[in-house]
Design a protein around this ligand. Structure first.
Ligand SMILES: NC(=O)c1ccc[n+]([C@@H]2O[C@H](COP(=O)([O-])OP(=O)(O)OC[C@H]3O[C@@H](n4cnc5c(N)ncnc54)[C@H](OP(=O)(O)O)[C@@H]3O)[C@@H](O)[C@H]2O)c1
Length: 237
């Protein structure tokens, strides 16, 4: 790792938004730690990044971050390799449609991954950021964390929880030098929503999320953005 490089841990790095943000931060000189379940997709991304980055091949941690021990391992390996974490970009998530008739097992899985997966990583990263007296935690929630949908009850519940968790962390950690921001985008054109009826060409682009992260990272230490709510132009209801 070069002397002035910043370190970012990105969960959900293999997906549509996480991949875009990983590539974008790599091109800006960040040293990266990439996490998701699929080792193949992470290694392919790490290989691609190694060709554009001066920081070498990113660290890859494959596994399920809704399992606390794995989340702890991801964070420990990142600190062992790089010595610090400047940015945690929480981008894991699954999307299950369904209303109150939904099977409890599916509801539980939705909450377990979208909420516990974020919590497990955050609770492991915060001690390191407190030690540093600096850091930024950006979590991707959703527009569904602000406006629920009848057919997306479990997903909406999980994202309201993530917005609440992030706001609590913002209130607790900002005075200690750690910024906390939650992103609440509507439809983003990624594999997660490939079956949506909303037109793909009217969706927010993963690049828009990368540009939002870039904007947040350029602000002075004095400026803290608690939440960014991004709606598709043709989905304002
Ligand atoms: N696309 C949208 O319209 C939209 C809108 C608002 C918010 N969001 C949110 O944005 C985030 C990224 O979504 P996306 O659209 O980029 O979807 P995506 O392409 O499906 O990406 C999801 C990522 O999360 C990883 N993941 C899922 N469960 C995991 C687990 N238990 N442990 C570790 N990694 C896990 C996936 O990789 P593996 O499958 O390899 O684990 C993948 O890298 C999600 O939180 C999503 O809810 C998406």
């Amino acid at each position: 790792m070069t002397e002035n490089a910043k370190v970012a841990l990105i969960t959900g790095a293999s997906g549509g938004i996480g991949r875009e943000v990983s590539m974008g931060l790599a091109s800006e000189g960040y040293a990266l730690s990439l996490a998701a379940r699929s080792r193949d997709r992470l290694e392919a991304l790490a290989d691609e990044i190694s060709r554009i980055s001066e920081e070498g091949v990113p660290l890859v941690s494959a596994g399920d971050v809704s399992v606390p021990e794995h989340a702890e391992r991801v964070v420990a390996e990142t600190i062992e390799r790089y010595g610090r974490i400047d940015l945690l970009f929480n981008c894991i998530g699954i999307y299950r449609t369904g209303n109150w008739k939904m099977d409890p097992t599916d509801f539980k899985e939705q909450i377990s991954i979208n909420v516990m997966g974020v919590f497990n990583i955050v609770r492991s990263v915060i001690p390191q950021m407190l030690k540093q007296g600096s850091g930024h935690i950006i979590t991707v929630a959703s527009r569904r964390g602000k406006i629920a949908d009848a057919e997306e009850g479990a997903y909406s519940a999980s994202k309201f929880a993530v917005v609440g968790m992030s706001e609590a962390l913002h209130r607790e950690l900002t005075s200690k030098g750690i910024k906390v921001t939650v992103l609440c985008p509507g439809w983003v054109n990624t594999p997660m929503v490939k079956d949506a009826t909303f037109p793909k060409q009217e969706m927010i682009s993963p690049r828009d999320i990368l540009e939002t992260v870039r904007f947040l990272m350029k602000l002075s230490p004095a400026a803290c953005v608690k939440e960014v709510f991004i709606e598709p132009r043709n989905d304002i209801s």
